[in-house]
Design a protein around this ligand. Sequence first.
Ligand SMILES: Nc1ncnc2c1ncn2[C@@H]1O[C@H](COP(=O)(O)OP(=O)(O)OP(=O)(O)O)[C@@H](O)[C@H]1O
Ligand SMILES: [Mg+2]
Length: 258
Amino acid sequence: MICGPFTLKNLLTPFFLNDSSRYNYIAKNTALSMIKFDSVSKRYADGQEALSNISFELSKGELAFITGHSGAGKSTLLKLILAMESPSSGQLIANGVNLNRISGNQIAKHRRQIGTVFQDHQLLHDRSVFDNVALPLEICGYQPKEARRRVRAALDKVGLLKKERSFPEALSGGEQQRVGIARAVVNRPSIILADEPTGNLDPVLSAEVIKVFGQFRSVGVCLLVASHDAALIERLNCRTLVLDSGKLLADQKPAVQP
Ligand SMILES: Nc1ncnc2c1ncn2[C@@H]1O[C@H](COP(=O)(O)OP(=O)(O)OP(=O)(O)O)[C@@H](O)[C@H]1O
Ligand SMILES: [Mg+2]
């Protein structure tokens, strides 16, 4: 629900602010919760408690990182949002769906609203860039004309329209990762989850990928990015959830720049 009046000024103001002011503006003026963890714990079948009593909320247009040591619970937290695992206790709502009560046939629909980006982007090497990005639309049964329009729009957003006929081998690691992002957003998801999306990239290519994420954020997508890359996170001055042995150690909001 939008709290402020739905005026042109309110809609345009965020685009004229710097990053941290935009964060504060959006946090203050929108109350649209996209992801809400309320005392969520996850214990795997072998008894391992991967997450303990996690509470936080992310709104439309927020970009947050999850960081923490290997085994801290970052991927588990993303899997809960994707309904690949279910919470052992607590309440989890994502995109308005109560994931404690989601049924089998709702899961596929829920996942279609979420774009996922992984360290290993899992591109199909015998398909062109265009065909890789078109894959989710083929699965959903889109008409070829509409699919073509959406694939081109997604490739344009990540700056790879000129490479639509190339095959993945002919692209750099950063370009391949951007194809993975185009494939994740071709369905126009309201949430993007990324698990170590810059894990295989050098600092310049990492910055390129994060810049693309920033563009989605500014059009209202909610992004949650698991990353070990402390230098990158520090440079970006974004909200950061710090996990330690399954516990939420800190929820660091971006510092307000003078
Ligand atoms: N399917 C599973 N069954 C049992 N335990 C699991 C399972 N998946 C993860 N775990 C355990 O849960 C804990 C959290 O794992 P998770 O993969 O979420 O960590 P992570 O922070 O993503 O680590 P990394 O940085 O290495 O990717 C770890 O102790 C891990 O061994
Ligand atoms: Mg992980």
